[in-house]
Design a protein around this ligand. Structure first.
Ligand SMILES: [Mn+2]
Length: 365
């Protein structure tokens, strides 16, 4: 288990690399070129600049996230070929800088979605919250209006220029079915996976968050069945999954431990976090501790340990605690606590495996 930490870059994050350096056992930064819109090629010089900054602080840049897929690829438009070519060049540039894993998603229009970014818990902490009825009942065009006027729905990182196109995007997706989306993903992977394999990169698709269709838009990476299906579309080690326990865990039917055991060689990257799920399909993000949420984080770490997991792991999101002002879900304190919980479980499993007599030595090796 190689611990990594998401960082949004200098001047773009309240957390600093100096802070991250002091969290035990973090080896690498999960990063992105946030200034580039989806569909642009990531220039090598920009990538090398991030590498230089991270390495100066002792971190590797093996895992990159949010290499976003242009909507034309998801929509299956003729212009997708241009964007796929650019994506291939981005893969090559990332490989040249030493990147090993690319996390991406195939969600139409929206990335992760919540209805409240600062829902207060009994202990005074706040966290990301999803109210199902609110999302379920809203008409997509009413939603556009609410985002534009900043009422109820707030989209972190939502670019204003994309918002302008939101109405058009909803129209474009109106006749796109789940089957269509599967076909478009297949087309993309058939071209991308050989390119990634050639330069030793593992592509790792992130499940949809939440794992069900929203606003009438199809969503397909939602369950063990769909993860199996995407891995079989192009059956190659370079076609993998970012197994996100929080995204999948929002649906209690998803048995994450079973997924880990079913595809141990196809999970190069794991997001670990807990969510508390309510009967009405609402959910709130909690601390990593198993007892605090609906997801068995201990069992998940144990499953990774049993399958000999040697991939990358990051605490996915955290609550906002100790009055920290930070990006929603991406504060320092609770993610650092999450890491210590993950290490605590992992190290005790190591002790159990290797025998208590040599425990200290074995953990250090
Ligand atoms: Mn995730």
């Amino acid at each position: 288990m190689k611990m990594v930490f998401r960082w949004y870059g200098e001047g773009n994050d309240t957390v600093t690399l100096e802070h991250i350096r002091q969290i035990p056992g973090v080896e690498g930064i999960v990063w992105a070129l946030h200034h580039l819109p989806a569909g642009e090629e990531w220039p090598l010089e920009d990538i090398m600049e991030v590498k230089r900054i991270c390495e100066k602080h002792g971190f590797h840049i093996d895992v990159v996230e949010s290499v976003n897929i242009h909507e034309d690829i998801k929509l299956g438009l003729p212009s997708r070929d241009l964007y796929i070519e650019r994506y291939k060049r981005t893969i090559e540039n990332l490989a040249e800088a030493g990147v090993k894993v690319i996390c991406y998603n195939f969600m139409p229009v929206f990335d992760w979605l919540r209805t409240d970014l600062y829902k207060e818990a009994e202990d005074g902490s706040t966290a990301l919250f999803y109210e199902h009825a609110k999302v379920d009942q809203i008409d997509p065009f009413e939603l556009v209006d609410k985002i534009a006027n900043n009422v109820e729905f707030t989209m972190p990182g939502w670019e204003p220029e994309r918002l302008e196109h939101l109405t058009k995007l909803f129209e474009a997706y109106q006749n796109v079915t789940e089957d269509d989306l599967w076909n478009h993903l297949h087309y993309f992977l058939e071209q991308i996976i050989p390119a990634a394999a050639r330069c030793g990169i593992k592509m790792a698709i992130h499940p949809d968050d939440p794992p069900w269709p929203i606003f009438g838009l199809p969503r397909i990476i939602t369950s063990e069945e769909s993860i199996g299906r995407v891995l079989r579309l192009v059956d190659h080690p370079s076609n993998g999954v970012t197994l996100c326990s929080g995204s999948l865990g929002a649906n209690p039917k998803n048995d994450i431990i079973q997924i880990i055991k079913a595809y141990p060689d196809r999970i190069p990257f794991a997001h670990i976090r807990n969510v508390k799920v309510y009967d009405n399909q609402d959910f709130i993000e909690t601390s990593h501790r198993t007892k605090d949420g609906s997801v068995d984080i201990c069992g998940i770490v144990k499953a990774y340990h049993e399958t000999g997991f040697s991939g990358y792991v990051r605490p996915d999101h955290g609550r906002h605690i100790w009055n920290e002002a930070c990006r929603p879900g991406y504060g320092l304190y609770d993610r650092a606590l999450g890491i210590m919980y993950l290490w605590g479980v992992w190290d005790s499993l190591e002790i159990e495996k290797r025998g208590a007599s040599q425990c200290l030595k074995s953990i250090n090796s």
